[in-house]
Design a protein around this ligand. Structure first.
Ligand SMILES: *Cc1c(COP(=O)(O)O)cnc(C)c1O
Length: 418
């Protein structure tokens, strides 16, 4: 039987997809949590595996016909264990948020106390925001960064841990530009007998490429997303010590998910292999070099970098010293017009609301995938500064948009097409 779209192509959806392809490839993608995946990753994501139901785990499925799916999921598991040196891996979480919720479900009881980094100091919604199930179901206590150097305040965190005796300490960040050494987290977790979970959603690619310390030897649990610096399909993953393997697997399925997305798991396997390739080390290191170069160029343009700079793939930029009137919200809108995509972001103790903010977050994973290096970073800083200075001048913004498109055309994300 023919499919309706065989004879009546869905031009509506595919025309929009084409517009999005042009948007992604003709502008600068500076959202720190995004990347360009390889054609092979996209091929697996768009594959025939989307047809298959595979509830359960390799060798223990509820449905028949999983002989090849089992091999694919097993391959993903063995590759990711090798990549991070993990004892156990669950590759089924649909997203980073699902991975985190499964860990809490599997290792804790509702109402248990957890220590997490507060959202406005660089933490994630799933680290106890009152708007998120994590904050509704568990008793999160937030630690933060110091006022002085804007780095994680371990003295305060230890005081909180001694006072509240958490069952778990969550380390991990979404808009924090400094290295996260596992040792101080581990020392405090051990002192109070708490489990240690590291959420390396943002950092997974840097860890895999040796450009950031690997928390796997220290943490009971490590969660991450596969679509940020790791450059895989949208999805999540949980690594754990062998002793937590059964609890983690049970919490993912049947605890919180149904059938796994095996097409995405195949794409995760492809991405893990790409990350095992020696060239990925070069990529990860270049991301960090580019972020440093961009941060330096932005401070020369008059912006203030939260914590003074960056050790990783991102920076949080305080716009106030550049222009006290220019909010994060305005900057995001103006830069979008100029073909530069980034997001507004609170700065520590931001007087403005999270919908307005005094800062923006900028990341280099995507432009690095395109092949840009330290040479291009001052150009990008200059585009940003000029666009914000001339934000009332539509023709100036249009001019910058053209310069941005010219730069991007020199560094195509997909030089061989898609
Ligand atoms: C992005 C992120 C997540 C959530 O990932 P989703 O796939 O969007 O659910 C969780 N934790 C941290 C630290 C993140 O940065």
């Amino acid at each position: 039987m023919p499919f309706p779209s065989d004879t009546n192509p869905d031009n509506e959806v595919f025309a929009l997809l084409e517009k999005e392809r042009i948007r992604q490839t003709s502008g600068l993608q500076l959202i720190a949590s995004e990347n360009f995946t390889s054609p092979a990753v996209m091929h697996a994501t768009g594959s025939i595996l989307t047809n298959k139901y595979s509830e359960g785990y390799p060798g223990k499925r509820y449905y028949g016909g999983n002989v090849h799916v089992d091999d694919i999921e097993s391959l993903a598991i063995s590759r990711v264990k090798q990549l991070f040196g993990a004892e156990h891996a669950n590759v089924q979480p649909h997203s980073g948020a699902s991975a985190n919720m499964a860990v809490y479900l599997g290792l804790l009881k509702p109402g248990d106390t957890i220590l997490g980094l507060s959202l406005d100091h660089g933490g994630h919604l799933t680290h106890g925001s009152p708007a998120n199930a994590s904050g509704i179901l568990y008793n999160f206590v937030s630690y933060g960064v110091t006022k002085g150097d804007e780095r994680i305040d371990f003295d305060h965190m230890r005081e909180l841990a001694l006072q509240h005796r958490p069952k778990m300490i969550v380390a991990g960040t979404t808009s924090y530009s400094r290295r996260l050494d596992p040792e101080p987290f581990k020392a405090i977790a051990d002192e109070v007998g708490a489990l240690l979970m590291f959420d390396i959603a943002h950092l997974a690619g840097l860890v895999a490429g040796g450009a950031h310390p690997n928390p796997v030897p220290y943490a009971d649990i490590v969660t991450f997303t596969t679509h940020k610096t790791l450059r895989g399909p949208r999805g999540g993953c949980i690594l754990s010590k062998a002793q937590h393997a059964a609890a983690v697997d049970k919490a993912v399925f049947p605890g919180s998910q149904g059938g796994p997305l095996e097409h995405v798991i195949a794409a995760k396997a492809v991405a893990f292999r790409e990350a095992l390739d020696p060239s990925f080390k070069v990529y990860a290191q270049q991301i960090v070099k580019n972020a440093s170069a961009l941060a330096e160029a932005l401070s020369k343009e008059g912006f203030r970098l939260v914590s003074g700079g960056t050790d990783n793939h991102l920076m949080v930029v305080d716009l106030r010293p550049f222009d006290a009137e220019c909010t994060g919200k305005v900057a995001q809108l103006v830069l979008d017009e100029a073909g530069i995509t980034l997001n507004k972001n609170t700065v520590p103790d931001d007087p403005r609301s999270p919908f307005v903010t005094s800062g923006v977050r900028i990341g280099t994973p995507s432009v690095t995938t395109q092949g840009m290096t330290e040479t291009e970073m001052p150009l990008i800083a200059n585009f940003i500064a000029r666009a914000l200075r001339h934000r009332e001048d539509a023709s100036a913004i249009a001019g910058i948009r053209q310069e941005v498109a010219d730069l991007c055309s020199r560094f195509p994300a997909y030089p061989n097409g898609l």
